[in-house]
Write a protein of this length. Structure first.
Length: 425
């Protein structure tokens, strides 16, 4: 069959790469896609994804039996609903399901209603009330924009007074636009973070292998938050018993709560967790694959992704098996200098072929473009250099070895991705 994939980042390149490995995938169209997807055999097309009729028309005209929606914005905008109403299969929830990510106030209230372990929080729409509250606190807080902010809408403030400037930036200066009209002020949690993703077909929940993301720009988890500077899988702090606990205490209750609230949730559910002394607590839920978590996850996935997505969309997850490579995977994100602040585009990239030639390595494009026949940078996060290895240390060594093969002016990356799994930080 033909497949239409919506999105252009590293997550979408990883999904496209895996989907095209299926014997059942004839042509994969990606809108807008990226040069990496095209190099791997996908066809990049230009569709205005905010025009739902245009997406549906393209899918029908090109015999695309499945539409896969990668990013959160079109999901929150209801593209999944439009695709389903047109009689096409869609991997991704409708707008009501996407609220679990697009409206963090709603997600927090839903978690509290069904007693899912999460940080204590207050929700504010009034700046002065929020400032008064944080200044009354004795301990650190996390300030979150309630809407979609490209993974950057969270600031951890170890000292409550630090939150005043953050609140002013979000609610007054509107650095995240409408996403910061409502904010959550949460208790600051401490511990290691990890991510658990699960396929959900409305009734069945099929957890995938756990991962750990690295959000801050600086080594040792310092500096500003980013969309993610690297990830690895599996995660030593999550064993089989812990996975069962997460499924029973977190995944099942939230899926049941969403079903009671609006009906079926279909697609992938992302649970961002903090492993505190009191056990795992939910930091956030997302309605799509993480980026860069998707890259090592797809590297380890041995099963046919197209069959898994079809089973999810057709409510038949209980009919499929999901198998992962026992070998760990590590992804190192290479970004433009200056990211997550201002950065320049158009820097020529060289060395990807040499990096890809290393055994077990795949370089996923995240923010690239072709200009005058040359590959150039076109975003903050540019590449996700991902490697499989016999151990986490081996995968880490292969990934960083590949990173050194790639060059452009101002390239930046963290040198400590996966160190936590090795007990080094």
């Amino acid at each position: 069959m033909n497949v239409l994939l919506i999105g252009s980042g590293g997550r979408e390149h990883a999904l496209a790469w895996k989907l095209m490995q299926s014997d059942d995938c004839d042509t994969l169209y990606a809108s807008p896609g990226n040069p990496g997807i095209e190099a791997d055999g996908g066809q990049c097309v230009s569709i205005d994804v905010t025009d739902h009729d245009a997406v549906v028309t393209f899918a029908k005209t090109n015999n695309c039996e499945l539409v896969v929606i990668g990013p959160e914005d079109p999901l929150a905008d209801g593209l999944g609903d439009a695709v389903g109403e047109a009689g096409l299969l869609c991997f991704g929830p409708g707008a009501k399901g996407a609220r679990i990510e697009s409206d963090k106030a709603y997600a927090k209230e839903l978690m509290q209603h069904v007693s899912i372990p999460t940080a204590e929080a207050r929700i504010f729409t009034d700046l002065e009330a929020a400032k008064t509250y944080v200044l009354s606190r004795d301990h650190g807080v996390a300030v979150k924009a309630a809407g979609l902010a490209k993974g950057k809408g969270v600031t951890v403030c170890p000292e409550p007074y630090q939150a005043v400037k953050v609140l002013e930036d979000m609610m007054n200066a509107r650095i995240f636009g409408e996403a910061g009209e409502t904010v959550l002020v949460e208790q600051m949690l401490t511990g290691q973070e990890a991510t658990v993703l699960a396929l959900v077909d409305g009734r069945n929940i099929y957890p995938m292998e756990p991962l750990q993301d690295h959000k801050p720009i600086g080594e040792g988890d310092t500096g500003a938050n980013t969309g993610g500077m690297g990830a690895y899988s599996p995660v030593p702090i999550i064993d089989g018993q812990m996975m069962s606990h997460i499924e029973e205490e977190i995944l099942v209750p939230i899926v049941d709560a969403m079903r009671r609230d609006f009906g079926r949730y279909e697609g992938v559910l992302y649970a961002g967790l903090m492993f505190t002394p009191a056990g795992p607590k939910v930091i956030e839920f997302n309605c799509r694959f993480g980026d860069p978590e998707c890259q090592p996850l797809m590297m380890r996935l041995k099963s046919d992704l197209l069959k898994l997505m079809l089973a999810t969309a057709e409510h038949n997850l209980d009919d499929v098996e999901m198998e992962f490579d026992a070998r760990p995977a590590v992804c190192v994100v290479m970004s433009s200098g200056g990211y997550p602040g201002p950065y320049e585009k158009g820097k020529e990239i060289t060395g990807i072929e040499s990096a890809d030639a290393i055994e077990g390595v795949k370089v996923f494009h995240a923010g690239t473009a072709m200009k005058n026949g040359k590959l150039v940078t076109n975003g903050g996060r540019v590449l996700g250099v991902t490697a499989l290895g016999e151990s986490i240390a081996d995968a880490q060594e292969r990934a960083y070895g590949a990173v050194t093969e790639v060059q452009w002016d101002g390239a930046y990356w963290r040198n400590d991705i996966a160190d936590k799994a090795l007990g080094e930080s």
